[in-house]
Write a protein that binds this ligand. Structure first.
Ligand SMILES: *[C@@H]1O[C@H](CO)[C@@H](O)[C@H](O)[C@H]1NC(C)=O
Ligand SMILES: *[C@@H]1O[C@H](CO)[C@@H](O)[C@H](O)[C@H]1NC(C)=O
Length: 474
């Protein structure tokens, strides 16, 4: 297709009002994060980490305390060591435990290095082989009927300083640059294509653009444009496979034949002028990577099939996810401005990092009167889920308090689209100490802080004494 012919067609974004997440996400999310699986954070499994050959240090940039440092130190054994970790940290017994706990959604933190072609091996060091393990886990989750959010948790170039969760502890934060935004878009197209074409991805319902970008928006230049390109990359990939995309203006003369295969369809979209050049270039780069990964997954048959025969066009579009606008300050971009099709927003809330005064009364008063859902909705960031939270506190919490603390948080978070606990599990070891008590869903369930049915509370009236009568959230 001559690109000039369609170059003047603009995207007409139909701004939906408080849109329903719909598509494949449950109407109320009761979820857990599969943290430390494909993006390992040593603090959650310190004994295993030391056993693998990792180290512990106060400033995680000064020792072998991240995947990057580990891969750099042990280039010959890193893949085998991580493969062992991936197999043991999350597998069928864990899926069975989630099913028994009534969990309907998992958020899977992923690194950009899962798409191995995106890694510059001269300067970037990460384990290989995660894709195979992701596919294994997805097929288990699919059988368990658990919805999946693919969470781009550790971005190319690193999105925030000094954090194990970015895969590399460093102050050299380079994500907010054109080259790394671009790599993230290629990653996005690859993941979107796999979601719709690889049968083991069929319970994937959503894709999250960036986990926890820097909170000061003056330090994230270009992030607003990236948000728009992220959604357009998802939709351009979906458009290519025949999934109807609301609100894009396609010339009547442009049609991808249902006889086209995936590479041909993506090339046609990349050549047409429907999407902007940055998005089209991401699609072009994604094509050989998708091909390679599908061959690795022995899906040659899917590659050579026509999209019509595969019936992909009948699939639900992915729900695009962003951290909510209020995650950032200093005039942040609004992810609602990027919306095309179903979209949902993610807020993370850890009281242990100083949300309220460090005492029981202040914690409960704050969470019972939480105004984040309304404040976000006023800016179009709805539906909102709480994609990370837990039971940690800045004070020594009694068991009696943790029962209330779990109830009160669930009470408030459930008024939105639901919640996703951090984390599904924590290592039980001498080195880990009591970390599991307040950070592990499975341990919280075992100790009874969390209810066997996640939609229930021990005490539905837990917030009654704390709800201030001026700002009733009832
Ligand atoms: C996909 O279609 C194109 C164009 O018809 C063709 O050249 C290519 O060989 C096909 N790819 C596969 C894997 O069948
Ligand atoms: C708010 O009013 C209700 C009923 O009038 C009362 O039970 C509750 O204690 C009040 N809450 C506060 C924090 O004063």
């Amino acid at each position: 297709m001559p690109s000039t012919l369609f170059g003047y067609y603009l995207l007409a974004v139909v701004a939906g009002l408080a849109g329903v997440a719909s598509a494949g996400l449950p109407s109320k999310i009761y979820g857990v994060n599969l943290g430390s699986w494909l993006v390992l954070e040593a603090w959650m499994l310190p004994a295993e980490w030391v056993d693998m050959g990792g180290q512990q240090c106060d400033d995680c940039s000064t020792c072998i305390a991240s995947e990057f440092a580990f891969a750099q130190a042990f280039p010959n054994t890193v893949d085998a060591k991580f493969d062992q970790h991936w197999s043991s940290w999350f597998n069928q017994p864990d899926v069975d435990a989630l099913v028994k706990a009534g969990i309907n959604t998992v958020r899977i933190p992923l690194g950009y290095w899962l798409v191995e072609a995106l890694v510059n091996r001269k300067t970037e060091f990460y384990p290989r082989g995660g894709f195979k393990q992701l596919r294994r886990g997805l097929s288990q989750l699919k059988k368990a009927n658990i919805a999946v959010i693919l969470d781009h948790h550790a971005l190319p170039g690193v999105q925030t300083a000094g954090q194990m969760f970015t895969g590399r502890c460093t102050n050299d934060v380079e994500f907010y640059t054109p080259a790394n935004y671009h790599r993230a878009l290629v990653w996005t197209s690859v993941m979107t294509a796999l979601t719709h074409l690889d049968p083991v991805f069929s319970s994937v319902a959503a894709i999250e653009a960036v986990n926890e970008p820097i909170m000061d928006a003056t330090q994230t230049p270009g992030y607003g444009d990236f948000q728009k390109n992220f959604v357009q990359t998802v939709r351009a990939t979906e458009f290519s496979v025949g999934i109807p995309v609301e609100g894009i203006n396609v010339p009547a003369s442009f049609k991808i034949s249902s006889n086209a295969n995936i590479t041909s369809a993506l090339s046609q979209t990349a050549l047409a002028g429907i999407f902007n050049p940055e998005v089209r270039s991401a699609l072009t780069e994604a094509i050989p990577i998708i091909t390679k990964m599908m061959i690795e997954a022995t899906l040659q048959g899917v590659l050579s099939s026509s999209l019509g025969a595969l019936g992909v066009g009948k699939r639900d579009p992915l729900v695009t996810n962003f951290m909510d606008i209020n995650w950032q300050h200093n005039s942040p971009p609004n992810p609602a401005d990027a919306k095309i099709g179903p979209q949902a927003y993610d807020n993370h809330l850890y009281y242990s990092y100083g949300v309220a005064d460090p005492n029981e009364q202040a914690y409960l008063t704050h969470v019972c009167n939480l105004d984040r859902i309304q404040n976000d909705a006023a800016l179009g960031n709805s539906p909102l889920f709480f994609g990370e939270w837990g039971l940690p506190t800045q004070f020594a919490a009694t068991d009696a308090f943790l029962f209330k603390w779990a109830d009160a948080q669930k009470f408030s978070y459930s008024k939105g689209a639901g919640w996703i606990f951090w984390n599904f599990k924590i290592e039980i070891s001498t080195l880990a100490g009591d970390t599991a008590r307040q950070w592990s869903y499975m341990e919280g369930l075992r100790r009874g802080y969390l209810t066997q049915d996640p939609s229930k509370l021990h005490d539905p009236h837990v917030c009654d004494p704390y709800i201030t009568n001026t700002t009733s959230s009832a």
